[in-house]
Write a protein that binds this ligand. Structure first.
Ligand code: 5RP
Length: 227
């Protein structure tokens, strides 16, 4: 039986095979993608060349350690592929992302990629999204009003994300509200509705974006689901 970390490592190495010579790629954020980035460092030394756009400062920092150059999204016409993790994946391939707080740049980068491959361990596959609290990135000004509006409209708990006793601040200097929906039967509609609230910058609902879900199992198997 593999540990969760072993599964993530296996997924990272497996996903590196999707990246071919001279591709333009978007690189996600998180502890699963971490292993992909380390593997890309090795492959770069063996001659693999690609142009990377990062989804977070965290990912940029790992690429610097691996001596892999990166550019910004404005420097490329389009991306052929993006690879990222997720916090939940439903049966239709809709995602909750943003557990690591990088949802805004992830969504911008990944919506500009022809393909989006999601790498997750088996525990993240669910029938309906929502057990994982939905991250919603908000402007700092007036965040409490947005929190109250979401709480009242959906009758749920909404918590300001904190780190070391202070509000967590995203790469783009915003706050994150973690919304305890429990069940999100219509993620596309909820994404649209939340976007209508003034102060909401982005939601962690990635609907209709993933093109492949790669799932790692504790028995060592890896399954690829095309969407
Ligand atoms: C960061 C994300 C991550 O992809 C998501 O949280 C999964 O991370 P991990 O691979 O560490 O479980 O959306 O904003």
């Amino acid at each position: 039986m593999l540990t969760q970390d072993d599964i993530k490592q296996k997924l990272g190495i497996f996903a590196a095979d999707f990246i071919k010579q001279d591709m333009f790629i978007g690189l996600g954020t998180g502890s699963t993608v971490y292993y992909l980035l380390r593997e890309l460092g090795k492959r770069k030394k063996d001659g693999l060349h690609f142009t990377a756009v990062c989804t977070s400062v965290q990912t940029q920092n790992i690429l610097k350690e691996e001596d892999i150059a990166f550019v910004t999204l404005d420097d490329v016409e389009k991306l052929q592929l993006a690879i990222d993790g997720a916090d939940e994946v439903d049966i239709n391939g809709n995602l909750i992302k943003g557990g690591g707080g990088a949802l805004l740049q992830e969504k911008i980068v990944e919506s500009n990629a022809d393909e989006l491959i999601i790498i997750v361990d088996e525990k993240k596959n669910v029938e309906t999204l929502g057990a994982f609290p939905l991250p919603v990135e908000v402007i700092r000004f007036g965040w409490k009003q947005v929190q109250q509006k979401i709480e009242n409209r959906y009758n749920i708990k909404v918590a300001l994300r904190t780190k070391d006793g202070k509000p967590f601040i995203t790469d783009h200097q915003h706050f994150i509200l973690d919304c305890y929906f429990n069940s999100i039967p219509n993620p596309a509609q909820l994404n649209t509705d939340l976007h209508l609230l003034p102060g909401v910058v982005e939601t962690g609902l990635f609907t209709g974006m993933a093109t492949q879900i790669v799932t790692g199992y504790s028995n060592g198997n890896i399954a690829v689901r095309d969407l």
